[in-house]
Ligand binder design. Structure first.
Ligand SMILES: *Cc1c(COP(=O)(O)O)cnc(C)c1O
Length: 388
């Protein structure tokens, strides 16, 4: 049997919506991107949403809108994808790394509190809802408020996810989603910035497209219909902005994917429940701790940690590969990456829980169409490799 790590499902209205865009004669940002913004902000309960070409762009726009500048310090977990840290460097600001809680693989209110005590001048924090499980926002929001630290949520794993009754996307100052090819829904490349703050929204809207004070759609429609408002050439630029808008070709795929968001999430939850049930008695692995309800978790990643005395993580993955089972590792910590380690002199000793998790980290196959026979094969293979 052969089981890949991930499988992208495009079995809905993708082709239909793509054809509509192509037939319209306008392939980039227009009504499909607007529709995706409206649907997602309504779903999560945010006032403003801006479709962009990646989550990395979204995070960059978020920091820019908050006025993060050269020399500012921004808190970020060491256990994340490099994109979360690199955007801080785009603005000349400094990433200050935060340790995780080994059991949930995420920062906790406690690890954040410790980090703030060490770095009270931090201006902002980028939270990562690792694997799709919401952080404890009821504790973290007041903690950051008290220290005047603004909150950006890197929710690349966390659509759809909830903390108690609130959906991720409606809580922090700004939330960023990813629609990259392997995320819980995709537009091939894409992302979205959400906020309830009118001032942040105005800045994000301008900087998304060259710092122009109106968007491409306005220009296109006014040019096409003979200038409803102002003529197309009468635009102004308020800052040297970016080119981060989402094309309608991408939004078309995103809209089709959004229709299956919950169906696919439910499929992944079914796989996760199988793993939990069938792996829980194996002493040499640590299973990801659930802080929220199964149904409130986006289940983007199922992360186990190998804690065997006889086999290393790398050897375990080698054996899984021999058995034709795909795996992944999330992530090599930021403090180990050459650029960051050299520039900021990060020391592994400052991130003991991140190091502990990294040594054993393995993500198991997780996608909605995983069959019970495949799940059985994966769990049996793990037992054989670990001799349990
Ligand atoms: C995928 C990912 C990103 C980057 O998303 P893009 O849309 O590819 O820019 C950022 N942060 C985390 C945690 C991710 O998993």
């Amino acid at each position: 049997m052969k089981v890949p790590y991930a499988k992208v499902l495009c079995d809905g209205n993708e082709m239909k919506y793509l054809k509509e865009v192509i037939d319209s004669g306008w392939l980039t940002t227009a009504s499909k991107a607007k529709e995706l913004e409206l649907k997602i902000k309504t779903m999560v309960g945010a006032k403003h949403a801006f479709a962009v070409n990646s989550c990395t762009s979204a995070l960059h726009l978020a920091l820019d809108a908050m006025g993060i500048k050269r020399g500012d310090k921004v808190l970020v977990p060491s256990l994340t994808f490099c994109a979360t840290a690199e955007v801080i460097c785009y603005l000349g600001a400094e990433p200050v790394l935060v340790d995780i809680d080994y059991q949930t693989r995420s920062m906790s209110a406690d690890t954040i509190k410790t980090a703030i005590e060490k770095c009270p001048s931090a201006k902002a924090i980028i939270l990562v809802h690792f694997a799709g499980q919401a952080l404890n926002m009821e504790k973290i929001v007041p903690l950051c408020k008290k220290h005047n630290i603004r909150i950006i949520e890197d929710a690349a794993h966390a659509l759809p996810a909830k903390d108690k009754e609130k959906m991720i996307g409606s809580i922090g100052d700004i939330t960023c989603f990813s629609f990259y090819a392997n995320k819980t829904m995709t537009s091939a490349e894409g992302g979205m910035v959400l906020t309830n703050d009118d001032n942040l929204a105005a800045r994000i809207k301008q900087m998304r497209l060259h710092g122009i004070d109106r968007d491409v759609w306005d220009r296109f429609t006014s040019a096409g219909t003979g200038a409803k408002s102002a003529p197309a050439w009468m635009y102004d630029v308020v800052a040297p902005g970016y080119k981060y808008n989402m094309p309608d070709l991408n939004a078309a795929v995103g809209l089709a994917q959004l229709e299956k968001l919950y169906e696919n999430r439910d499929g992944r939850e079914r796989a996760v429940r199988f793993y939990d049930e069938n792996l829980k008695d194996i002493k040499q692995i640590n299973l990801p701790k659930l802080r929220v309800k199964y149904s409130d978790h986006a289940w983007h990643i199922y992360s186990i940690a190998i804690k065997s005395k006889t086999i290393t993580r790398d050897q375990f993955i080698e054996k899984m590969t021999e058995a034709q089972i795909g795996t992944a590792v999330h992530y090599r910590p930021i403090h180990q990456l050459k650029y960051y380690k050299q520039k900021y002199k990060f020391n592994a000793k400052d991130y003991p829980e991140t190091e502990k998790y990294w040594l054993g980290a393995v993500s198991l196959p997780l996608f909605a169409s995983l069959k019970e026979s495949e799940l059985n094969y994966i769990c049996k293979t793990i037992r054989t490799i670990l001799n349990e």
